[in-house]
Design a binder for this molecule. Structure first.
Ligand code: NDP
Length: 331
């Protein structure tokens, strides 16, 4: 089987690609430039091919790439701006995410009717607003959609990201409902994703938004304040597995798969690093190690856990693996 992965350079996408290849799938990835594609070919080998699709938010953007690969029967749409900073929220975040998703689904149903399964990488942010995520009275589940609007999204970049994922996922379900395409849609809705890069070469310098949350705790100096960030965590290798489940299993058809393991805070991450890397204790701050209370929405994802059916990687293992990799890659 041949699987198309949009946004192949991404943190999550590369773990998905590595897992697909290890399970003997062939992968076609879309990238924004040939240089990025050549680099991925070096990292992932001969079962990986790429197509250059420079702009997401253009009608028919994927037509050519799909026509070049009539062997593809599964499409994983992971490409989306994953950032909380932009100069122009509409142009850089909302439009590529929302219109990009609509157009890619249109391309698939027009140019690649042999594709039977499509997975959209959505997010917890399509379920809950920033305030709701840290509100213990809020119940997040596969049945809930965030009330955030396009106008909210225009107001600041954090809201833009939350609105972009919510409205892109809604647009995907709407597309399926109104056009009844040949393919079946599923979504994977990860919470905050941490854990190692698929390849050590990618663990140098600045990492993607969420992997950098862990990295930035590791980089704290003795007198630095410990950041106040907290939320729900899942390991990137479990998110990769979830993408495979989303197109392999019948129970995953037309489902939103909400993947969550346990809560995190910057202090808890720091405690884990201090415990497991004694050699770093002198250079890191201590913070307030006893302060491990985390205000978090109730996340009811029983339905998803049943579909997934695998044991998830705990926060401690995820942090240790990521930090070991960063140390190795920068040695
Ligand atoms: P990355 O930033 O590592 O990956 C984003 C990918 O999307 C890259 O391949 C990037 O290409 C591509 N991309 C971004 N903007 C555009 C654009 N305007 N046009 C074309 N391609 C674009 O982030 P992640 O791997 O973390 O995110 C992957 C997906 O997972 C996203 O859809 C994100 O919303 C979702 N997600 C992530 C979570 C997390 O905690 N990390 C949690 C929940 C959902 P390039 O390399 O060329 O910039």
């Amino acid at each position: 089987t041949s699987v198309f992965v949009s946004g192949a350079t991404g943190y999550i996408a590369q773990q998905v690609i590595a897992l697909l290849i290890s399970k003997n799938y062939n992968v076609v990835g879309s990238v924004r430039s040939a240089a990025k594609g050549d680099n991925l070919k070096k990292l992932h080998g001969s079962k990986f091919q790429y197509e250059v699709v420079p702009v997401l938010e253009k009608q028919g953007a994927f037509d050519e790439a799909l026509k070049n690969h009539p062997e593809v029967t599964v499409f994983l749409h992971t490409a989306s701006p994953a950032t909380f900073t932009a100069e122009d929220n509409e142009k850089e975040i909302l439009i590529p995410a929302i219109n990009g998703t609509k157009y890619v689904l249109e391309s698939i149903s027009k140019s690649a009717p042999q594709i039977k399964r499509v997975v959209y990488t959505s997010s917890l942010v399509a379920i809950a607003t920033p305030e709701q995520i840290n509100d213990p009275t809020f119940e997040a589940s596969e049945d809930v959609f965030s009330p955030i609007t396009y106008d909210d999204g225009k107001s600041n970049s954090l809201s833009a990201y939350f609105a972009s994922k919510t409205l892109a996922e809604k647009a995907a379900w709407e597309f399926v409902k109104t056009t009844k395409p040949e393919f079946v849609l599923s979504t994977v809705n990860p919470v905050y994703v941490f854990g190692p890069q698929a390849k050590d070469e990618e663990a140098k310098g600045g990492l993607n938004l969420t992997a950098e949350i862990v990295n930035s705790v590791y980089k704290l100096k003795k007198d630095d304040e410990v950041p106040q960030l907290s939320g729900p965590f899942v390991d990137v290798r479990d998110i990769a597995k979830a993408h495979l489940v989303a197109f392999e299993k019948d129970e995953a058809k037309e489902q939103r798969i909400l993947v969550y393991t346990e809560p995190f805070s910057s202090q808890v991450i720091l405690n884990i690093i201090r415990k497991n890397f004694p050699e770093l204790r002198n250079t890191l701050p201590v913070g307030n190690p006893e302060n491990v209370d985390i205000a978090l929405a109730k996340i009811d994802n029983e339905k998803s856990r049943k579909i997934l059916g695998f044991e998830q990687i705990p926060l401690e293992d995820s942090i240790v693996d990521a930090i070991k990799q960063v140390i190795r890659a920068n040695a």
